[in-house]
Design a protein around this ligand. Structure first.
Ligand SMILES: Nc1nc2c(ncn2[C@@H]2O[C@H](COP(=O)(O)OP(=O)(O)O)[C@@H](O)[C@H]2O)c(=O)[nH]1
Ligand SMILES: [Mg+2]
Length: 197
């Protein structure tokens, strides 16, 4: 696919607003501040496509981006400690509304910070994806923040909390661009497979 073509499509604050699927959706999910927006920007080589925030807990909407006949979905981050109960309920309503909305999901990218073990919310998200049989790949973000030699051990450590089965993972840095080519290749591979069906 052509990563030079992309546009912001829409934001949704409640599940009722969410547009039905038009085409395969590549979905980004993870803790607030894990680097979802930075990854989307890096994929398309655009600085301000998705808003990068130094203030966690800000993206409380589902954002759609469209590239030709493919959609990219930036889900609101979870796990921000200061989020109010009301905001958490809204988050749940949005995420559940999305995943239960009969979507055409190509794959979910679940982002985990390479420096931290998975949070409770990460674990809940992983078991939900498994239960719904939604294909997902784990992306370890911010790998520039640790020494290169420590990356494999850290991946092993984090993976030990998750029943990885045949779950694939890869390492990424929005800072250095490490892993971006791999993610693009994966996206192309999935699209090729879908087009052959
Ligand atoms: N060093 C480093 N910082 C990153 C990376 N990705 C994101 N960040 C920073 O982490 C913060 C949150 O990023 P953002 O993309 O807004 O996270 P989101 O809340 O998951 O969308 C911002 O200050 C980013 O600049 C990365 O790969 N390396
Ligand atoms: Mg964001």
């Amino acid at each position: 696919m052509n990563f030079n073509i992309v546009e912001f499509e829409a934001s949704f604050g409640t599940s009722k607003q969410i547009k039905p699927s038009c085409c395969p959706e590549f979905v980004f999910v993870g803790r607030s501040n894990v680097g979802k927006s930075s990854l989307i920007n890096k994929l398309f080589n655009r600085n301000k496509l998705a808003r990068v925030s130094s203030m966690p807990g800000k993206t409380a909407t589902i954002n759609f981006f469209k590239s030709e006949a493919v959609r990219f979905v930036d889900l609101p981050g979870y796990g921000y400690a200061k989020t109010s109960k009301k905001e958490k309920t809204r988050w749940n309503e949005l995420i559940n509304g999305y995943f239960l909305g009969n979507r055409n999901i190509a794959i979910v990218f679940l982002l985990l910070d390479i420096r931290n073990k998975p949070s409770n919310e990460d674990m809940i998200m992983i078991s939900m994806l498994k239960q719904m049989q939604i294909p997902f790949t784990i992306i370890f973000t911010k790998v520039d923040k640790i020494a290169k030699t420590k990356i494999p051990d850290q991946i092993k450590y984090i993976s030990s909390f998750i029943n990885m089965g045949n779950v694939k993972s890869l390492a990424f840095s929005a800072e250095t661009g490490q892993g971006v080519a791999e993610i693009k290749t994966l996206i192309d591979k999935i699209l090729n497979k879908l087009n052959k069906k």
